[in-house]
Design a protein around this ligand. Structure first.
Ligand code: SAJ
Length: 416
């Protein structure tokens, strides 16, 4: 049997599962997307998508039209199952792997000898061996011989998912060599980057460490911003100048770290290795403190309870995703503090009405997310709309435009 004659089932057709399913369908496989959400399934079967991701709508439309990709709320037999479900952390910062467990139990219903099960969801190191394998063993099949299992973490960045799914290197962490070898064959059908084989726990740790690396570096940038504010200098200038050094690459400070990955995954290590993961824990705390710090900057500019216009509410620029967005926390703090809040975000339907109408009568505007659209802001119109022309820029996005514009009281996070 040629590899492309194998039937694929992607369990969870969300932010990662849907692009993954589409790419396999585009590569020529027959793909079934399984999801518990009837609306998601119905939308996909109509060839529609429910998330914003450049290029995805076109691919989905064409593979659904060609019959290569379908979706169902019923699990059906397949040759390879790819699990792409969320692994959130609760308020207690403990990983919730129940969606992975549920997916494995669902797959158990149709599992047969010769099948392959691949976990793509970011997971606490050990999950594949201790959870996935254990549940699949309930089938009575020999896991590792009759059923092959691997962890192949997805490492794509929202906004460039389709490109990165193909171009990025891919780690294939099998529970044994046979599993790595067979699972790698699936990825070889579309991945242009390197395919690197290892064991399942190493693969899990690589993924968690990649996001932890970024979180710790962002925390360092945020700590630098706090120090520069006290020094009365600009962290942005320090960053720019320091990054001329060939071995330095300081990350970007800001109002906090959001999303379902970087603000989440480091907790997997803190939970399991609390005594050891001290730097990682501290970095999480620093990044989590940034919405509160931003609130403090707003209070300094507008000590009286006033009307604040927030530009951008997503967790990062040019996406529609609000999961774990630090801006939601900032908005909560403002409201608790008695501030009136007006929100504009061109990527979020609920908030995409006219920018200038939204901030009409505001005492302060906060550039909260550096969406590309905000480079085009008309400062004459903005000045007219505002009651008092005050701006807090959390991303140093408008300095070039506003540094010589004395109509505005203009402050930047990280600049004292
Ligand atoms: N951020 C900063 N300063 C920076 C960079 C980012 O404050 O210098 C903030 C962003 O505003 C955002 C958060 O960090 O709130 C995370 O954004 P991001 O663009 O760094 O990353 P994600 O969460 O969209 O995607 C990450 C990626 N991981 C790495 O770059 C190591 C991606 O490759 C992973 O696949 C993804 O997590 C995931 O699914 O785990």
């Amino acid at each position: 049997m040629f590899i492309k004659d194998k039937k694929i089932c992607v369990v969870g057709i969300g932010y990662i599962g849907l692009p993954t399913a589409s790419i396999y369908a585009k590569a020529g496989f027959e793909v079934m997307g399984y999801d518990v959400n009837q609306e998601t399934v119905d939308a996909l079967n109509r060839g529609e998508i429910t998330i914003e991701e450049p290029g995805l709508a076109e691919v989905v439309k064409s593979v659904v039209a060609s019959g290569k990709l379908r979706a169902s709320t019923q699990i059906m037999p397949a040759d390879a199952f790819f699990i792409a479900v969320p692994t959130p952390v609760g308020n207690n910062h403990v990983a919730d792997i129940s969606y992975i467990e549920e997916s494995c139990r669902t797959i158990l219903k149709v599992l047969k000898p010769g099948d392959v099960v691949v976990l793509e969801s970011t997971s606490p190191p050990g999950t594949t061996m201790n959870t996935v394998v254990k549940i699949l063993e309930e089938s009575g099949l020999n896991i590792g011989e009759e059923v092959l299992v691997a962890h192949t973490p997805e490492r794509v960045i929202p906004g460039k998912i389709l490109k990165e799914l193909i171009d990025n290197s891919r780690i294939v962490g099998g529970i044994n060599e046979k599993s790595s070898n067979v699972v790698a064959k699936y990825f070889e059908t579309f991945v242009k980057g390197k395919i690197i084989k290892t064991d399942a726990t190493t693969a899990e740790m690589c993924k968690v460490m990649e996001n932890t690396f970024r979180d710790v570096n962002i925390a360092l940038a945020n700590e630098m911003a706090l120090i520069c504010e006290q020094l009365g200098i600009s962290a942005w200038e320090v960053r720019e100048l320091s990054n001329h050094h060939p071995r330095v690459s300081i990350h970007m400070p800001g109002p906090g770290v959001g999303g379902h990955c970087i603000a989440v995954d480091p907790w997997f290590l803190v939970e399991q290795f609390g005594e050891t993961a001290k730097l990682i824990h501290r970095a999480r705390k620093i990044n989590d403190s940034m919405p509160k710090h931003t609130f403090g900057l707003i209070k300094k500019m507008c000590p009286e309870e006033c009307r604040v216009g927030i530009l951008g509410v997503t967790f990062k620029p040019d996406v529609d995703d609000m999961r774990e967005s630090p801006i939601l926390e900032l908005i909560g703090l403002l409201k608790e503090g008695g501030y009136e809040v007006a929100i504009h975000d061109p990527h979020v339907k609920k908030y995409n009405s006219d920018l200038y109408d939204t901030v009409e009568g505001a005492d302060l505007v906060v550039l909260a997310v550096n969406h590309a659209e905000f480079k085009e802001v008309d400062f004459d119109k903005l000045e007219k709309a505002l009651k008092t022309p005050k701006i807090l820029d959390t991303r140093n996005y408008w300095e070039d435009k506003l540094k010589n514009d004395d109509r505005f009281e203009y402050e930047i996070l990280g600049r004292g």
